[in-house]
Design a protein around this ligand. Structure first.
Ligand SMILES: [Zn+2]
Length: 120
């Protein structure tokens, strides 16, 4: 392959990378809450045999919103309010979107760098 073709191909890769960077910036501009983790909605039994929850699944206590995430390398769980859970849900969604965009950006960067080497 002629050098001019190689550089044209590399320029195409760079254009793709710029578009990807723009996609990340656009998404970032719309985001506020961003955090990795997971959210679980649970119901619980209180342990009192006289309580309705002991025999009736529908009568279990809750729902409780449990937020799990890593803090300093340790998995931590926290019970949060329904209002907090809405923010956590938003933060986790934003985080996943960014991770997806960054992953694509990383892959395109690798392809661009490899393409340049192969055609030199
Ligand atoms: Zn109970």
């Amino acid at each position: 392959m002629k050098p001019s073709t190689a550089f044209r191909e590399f320029d195409e890769h760079k254009s793709r990378l710029r578009l990807q960077a723009e996609a990340v910036r656009k998404q970032l501009a719309e985001m506020d809450f961003v955090c990795p983790g997971s959210l679980h909605v649970r119901t619980k039994v209180c342990g009192k045999s006289s309580c309705r929850c002991a025999n009736d699944v529908e009568a279990r206590h809750g729902p409780y919103y449990e937020w799990s995430r890593y803090e300093g390398g340790r998995l931590v769980h926290r019970i949060i309010t329904k209002e907090q859970a809405k923010l956590v849900e938003r933060a986790i969604d934003s985080c996943r979107t960014l991770e997806r965009l960054f992953h694509r950006w990383h892959e395109q960067t690798v392809q661009a760098i490899i393409a340049l080497k192969n055609h030199k």
